[in-house]
Design a binder for this molecule. Structure first.
Ligand SMILES: CC(C)(COP(=O)(O)OP(=O)(O)OC[C@H]1O[C@@H](n2cnc3c(N)ncnc32)[C@H](O)[C@@H]1OP(=O)(O)O)[C@@H](O)C(=O)NCCC(=O)NCCS
Length: 155
């Protein structure tokens, strides 16, 4: 279990999943992350799959005793990526920053990478506050036309 300020990271349990499902359905969140919501069946199938894979490191973010979101890391080609998702009711309280700070203490693989939509200023700020550095590769553009930036936490 990792802790930073008022945030605790712990293993994901089944009871967290309906909460994560609601978080990822929030339209403002999907716009920020430029990531479409999954429907019920796709969401639960996805989570069953990622929880089975021992290469994935996934944690529930608990803020003041409540499930506030999730953070995870997975191998992708020559990189280890990470991402996080905070429920809207927990925004603006330092939740993501504290969760990421705790996560990078627990997950010591370096470099750690994160792709972030260019318009997602909140997530960019979270990464910068945790010492991730924007990589100078050209922004990638997804099929949806959204530009993504690549950040890395070096050694
Ligand atoms: C982006 C997100 C993770 C931010 O979570 P949060 O818990 O509100 O972030 P924090 O409270 O730790 O804020 C960290 C910094 O970002 C800033 N910030 C947060 N949201 C912001 C926004 N929408 N616009 C501009 N700045 C923002 C905060 O002001 C703070 O900066 P400061 O310390 O200089 O004042 C959260 O809104 C979220 O999960 N969104 C949906 C999913 C998503 O985008 N995931 C990331 C995919 S890469």
């Amino acid at each position: 279990m990792s802790r930073s300020c008022c945030v605790v990271l712990r293993e994901v349990v089944d009871a967290d999943l309906p909460i994560f499902f609601a978080h990822q359905r929030d339209p403002e969140s999907t716009r920020m992350a430029a990531f479409p919501a999954r429907d019920h069946d796709a969401f639960f199938a996805h989570w069953a799959k990622i929880r089975r894979d021992p290469a994935n490191i996934i944690r529930t973010i608990v803020f003041e005793g409540e499930v506030a979101g999730n953070i995870g890391s997975w191998p992708a080609g020559d990189k280890r990526l990470l991402a996080y998702w905070i429920g809207r009711e927990f925004w603006g309280r330092g939740t993501a920053t504290a969760a990421l700070a705790a996560f990078v203490l627990e997950v010591t693989h370096r470099p750690l990478h994160a792709f972030v939509a260019k318009h997602n200023l909140g997530s960019i700020r979270v990464l910068q506050k945790c010492r991730f550095i924007q990589q100078h590769s050209a922004p990638t553009v997804g099929e949806d036309g959204v530009e993504e930036l690549l950040f890395a936490l070096p050694q």
